[in-house]
Write a protein that binds this ligand. Structure first.
Ligand SMILES: O=C(O)CCC(=O)C(=O)O
Length: 461
């Protein structure tokens, strides 16, 4: 099968920054396909909704893009909540086994964020599951319903409400789970996400809402098969992407996160230049633009947050796992299976106790009434039932076996395949062997007769 998604993914993996698209890759047709300016791109239609920067993409399914819905304040708040609590137990993350919380606190509270980050686990934090916990190995959601943080729900619901107001979406089911992905691209260019479909949720009618924080990325939006070439889309920090309808199950992934050249690794350590305002600063720090600057003073933000927002990309993809009624059904079936397990455990315990008692006793089971102190209720019941079964068996007349009749010669033909096309079943392998021996013997005999007839002794016959 022609894997057009894979081809696009491999090409985009070699891109490290926005600058190279008009530099090293300027002549490449695939690089020109990047949808980076929704205002002027014919593949985007501006929506009539209270948020002026809202677009519908002209693709299969319902795909909506808010390139700058989350300002600096909103991104910082999400990131600080992630670092201080969401990434810690009981939520699952790739660092589950470590003391993530203490490390995050040290990192978060540090005066010298760059120094702290060197020893911090933060840069090893790759994913966190929130709300209903997702198990990557079994590709299932845990049945215990941990609530999704209200802040995430409110961002996802806001996007959906804006689209409803614009007449683009119908009411959606409640959001119950989110997967947070962290791409520490400045230090690890290999942090990316391969093409996949989010298709394990029972409820795939509700939209998938992805919040993007920090560095921009190229997001590949495919179709429901890998054979279809995907659309490369620039998702800047602060963007919100909504996949609904057919696009809810489309292949998608993140082949590259764009890092300003001044922060890219050169040899073993990042280049020393400070991240200054560059002509392309709007790509890497869109919150610097005039409209968003009023939302928060960059200098007042904590060092750690600034450090991460300028060197990593963080995404939250928020989804509904099952509709309310399905959720209730899941709860009920969980309760039932709990009950079954409990009673099985109880039966197992009773049986184990009885077996242990029987083994430790010199007699396998104490006869009821013989030694009442020793005979437990279970043993007494067992003996009683045993006597009953013996008595019932003794009462039943034994069915007489019919005398074996000699097989009739035609029984050979019974159960043989008679239908057309089933000839092979007519003889079994042993019978086939006899037939071959017979044919062989006939052939030998015929040859002998023929040879004899040709010899001088046989001429008289
Ligand atoms: O990081 C992203 O934008 C994509 C996340 C994603 O596809 C997922 O979590 O399933």
């Amino acid at each position: 099968m022609d894997d057009a998604y894979h081809q696009a993914d491999s090409r985009w993996r070699s891109v490290r920054d926005f600058e190279s698209l008009s530099g090293a890759f300027a002549g490449e047709a695939w690089a020109k396909e990047l949808l980076w300016n929704p205002t002027e791109d014919p593949r985007c239609e501006r929506l009539n909704c209270p948020e002026p920067n809202a677009y519908r993409l002209v693709v299969d399914g319902d795909v909506f893009l808010f390139p700058s819905l989350l300002g600096l304040q909103a991104q910082s708040e999400l990131l600080s909540r992630l670092l201080s609590s969401w990434a810690c137990s009981p939520n699952r993350s790739n660092l589950e086994a470590t003391d993530l919380e203490a490390s995050l606190r040290a990192f978060y509270g540090s005066e010298d964020a760059e120094e702290a980050a060197k020893v911090s686990l933060v840069e090893r934090l790759r994913w966190v599951t929130l709300g209903r916990q997702y198990d990557w190995s079994t590709r299932t959601y845990a049945p215990d319903a941990m609530p999704l943080p209200e802040l995430l729900v409110s961002h996802a619901e806001r996007a959906v409400e804006l689209l409803q107001e614009a007449g683009q979406l119908e009411a959606s089911e409640p959001f119950q789970a989110a997967i947070c992905n962290l791409y520490h691209a400045a230090r690890r260019p290999s942090d990316r996400l391969g093409g996949h479909r989010d298709d394990v949720e029972e409820d795939t009618r509700s939209p998938l809402v992805t919040l993007s924080l920090g560095l921009p990325c190229v997001f590949l939006l495919g179709k429901d098969t890998r054979a279809a070439p995907p659309l490369p889309l620039l998702l800047p920090g602060g963007a919100v992407l909504v996949l609904a309808g057919r696009a809810r199950q489309a292949f998608h992934g993140v082949p590259c996160v764009l890092v300003p050249p001044s922060l890219q690794l050169k040899g073993r350590s990042p280049k020393r230049q400070k991240m200054q305002a560059t002509p392309l600063a709007w790509v890497y720090q869109p919150w610097l633009d005039a409209r968003q600057a009023a939302e928060g003073d960059w200098e007042k933000e904590r060092d750690a947050i600034r450090y991460l927002l300028t060197r990593a990309r963080v995404s939250f993809s928020i989804r509904s796992v099952c509709s309310d009624s399905e959720q209730e059904r899941a709860d009920r079936s969980e309760r039932v299976s709990d009950k079954i397990q409990r009673s099985a455990r109880l039966r197992g315990l009773v049986f184990a106790l009885a077996a242990a008692f029987a083994l430790s006793s010199s007699r396998p089971f104490a006869a009821p009434g013989k030694d009442k102190a020793e005979a437990s209720g279970y043993e007494a019941a067992f003996q009683q039932r045993l006597q009953e079964v013996k008595a019932e068996t003794a009462k039943k007349p034994k069915a007489k076996k019919a005398p074996k009749a000699d097989p009739a010669w035609w029984s050979f033909f019974e159960d043989r395949a008679g239908a057309e096309g089933q000839g092979k079943n007519f003889l079994n392998p042993t019978e086939w062997n006899y037939l071959v021996y017979l044919a062989g013997a006939l052939a030998v005999l015929t040859s002998l007769v023929f040879a004899y007839k040709m010899s001088p002794w046989g001429r008289g016959f």
